[in-house]
Design a protein around this ligand. Structure first.
Ligand code: SF4
Length: 439
């Protein structure tokens, strides 16, 4: 008779690398409270960790899957042969799931889906997506840590080191878990989202048994398959960002780019050690808007950087007037302990910084207002954040939580809640927010 504790049978084939993967999986299974069974008969399901190195190993793996299916009937396949999911399913259509090698998250998700972990009064207090500090309907998805740039005002690389990307399968498994737990908007974050995968040389990883390169366009495409919005933050204008615009135009990811540009003067950008040429950025933006007219661009800027002259500042104002960005944050430069910029000559007096900040914000406020005015009369889908007695507070595709505006819809509602999508028509605007009515 099978025990009350969920029990897993485990078959490990192939080389020592595969054995290490098996050890890691077994450790995780035990940590979650699963029992292990030395026989197929005593298990609730069987995981077969396969090898696909040579033909004989493929044969052996397929035989082992068949044997486990005959003896137990409930089989999850992982390991190297997992990359050839079609071949496995052709030979054994009855397998529950197939995932690729090293794809711990996907194997564990498959196990959880087919054999839930036992209740533990301590760990069961932690919801499946882990502890989140955001409301249940949106979540930040961190795709990498660290940064390869050395901007002179920033100490992040010295605190967090160079770029380390998470393999695409791991990120997608987390995204899937979040969406399954009720998240309706994924906010992709990192220090440098465009550089995702560079450190891994875009190495192939597996998700759902499919081989995928660890690169931003692929990640965006795959996230776009989930029933949730995908919004990209901290995207620098590298050439391959162009590939994202058709995905936005086709509604696969939100037509939104958060692109911290920091300045509009080449001289200041050089002192900041930022890799960018403003004219090129303007040409790119024009091209992006041709591909995806709905594109909403958010950016941040610094005024009063050491050595910034009145002429540099004029160039910045010229730049924001030409770029016509939708959402903009601006900060007066302040020194950070340990930043290289502290050693630069010609600091800008505080009063001048504040004056420039104000002039910048006045010009940008008018640009933003004009942009919002263009929305009046448009119909859009919004995601509800809050429901009050007399109004709903929601966000449209152009509004990231916490940093952008909101869409306010008047009237009492009974049958909707946070995390629901509704159709609205925009009726008005103020400096930051839109007002709308239900359609
Ligand atoms: S500002 Fe951003 S891109 Fe520059 S070094 Fe810091 S984290 Fe990297």
């Amino acid at each position: 008779m099978r025990s009350a504790v969920p029990t897993i049978g485990f078959v490990s084939l192939g080389c020592p690398k595969n054995l290490v993967d098996s050890e890691r999986l077994l450790t995780q299974l035990r940590a979650e409270g699963y029992d292990l069974s030395p026989s197929y008969g005593g298990a609730d399901l069987v995981v077969v960790n396969t090898c696909g190195f040579i033909d004989a190993a493929v044969e052996e793996s397929l035989d082992a899957i068949g044997e486990a299916l005959d003896a137990n009937g409930r089989v999850i396949v992982t390991g190297c042969l997992g990359a050839r999911a079609d071949e496995i399913r052709a030979a054994h259509p009855g397998v529950l799931a197939v995932t690729g090698a090293h794809d711990y998250e996907a194997v564990m998700s498959a196990v959880h889906a087919h054999l839930p972990a036992p209740h533990d009064p301590f760990t069961s207090l932690i919801p499946p997506p882990g502890i989140k500090l955001t409301p249940p309907h949106y979540a930040y998805l961190k795709i990498s840590e660290g940064c390869n740039h050395r901007c002179s005002f920033c100490i992040i690389p010295s605190l967090r080191g160079d770029l380390v990307s998470r393999p695409v399968g791991e990120v997608l498994a987390e995204a899937e878990r979040l969406v399954e737990s009720g998240v309706r908007e994924l906010l992709v974050v990192s220090q440098d989202t465009s550089a995702y995968g560079v450190d891994l040389k875009y190495r192939t990883d597996f998700f759902d048994g499919r081989p995928l390169p660890t690169r931003l366009t692929t990640l965006a495409q795959e996230l776009g398959r989930l029933p949730a919005w995908t919004r990209l933050h901290y995207v620098y204008p590298y050439p391959h960002v162009d590939e994202l615009l058709p995905l936005m135009a086709d509604g696969i990811i939100l037509p939104y780019l958060d692109m911290p540009l920091q300045h509009g003067s080449q001289r200041v950008l050089k002192a900041m050690r930022r890799p960018a040429a403003t004219e090129k950025v303007l040409t790119r933006i024009a091209h992006w808007r041709e591909t995806c007219p709905e594109l909403v661009l958010r950016s941040t800027f610094i005024v009063g950087f050491p050595g910034e002259t009145e002429d540099d500042f004029d160039r910045l104002l010229e730049f924001i007037q030409q770029a016509q960005l939708d959402r903009v944050g601006c900060f007066a430069y302040s020194a950070v302990d340990g930043a290289a910029a502290n050693a630069l000559p010609d600091p800008v007096p505080e009063a001048v910084k504040q004056d420039r900040l104000q002039r910048f914000m006045e010009i940008q406020a008018e640009i933003s207002r004009n942009k919002l005015a263009l929305q009046v009369g448009r119909q859009m889908i919004v995601l509800i954040d809050e429901v009050h007695d007399d109004r709903i507070v929601a966000r449209g595709p152009g509004d990231a939580p916490e940093v952008d505006g909101v869409v306010v819809i008047d009237g009492g509602w009974d049958d909707v809640g946070p995390g629901d999508f509704i159709d609205v028509r925009v009726t008005g605007y103020d400096d930051h927010d839109l007002f709308a009515e239900p359609v």
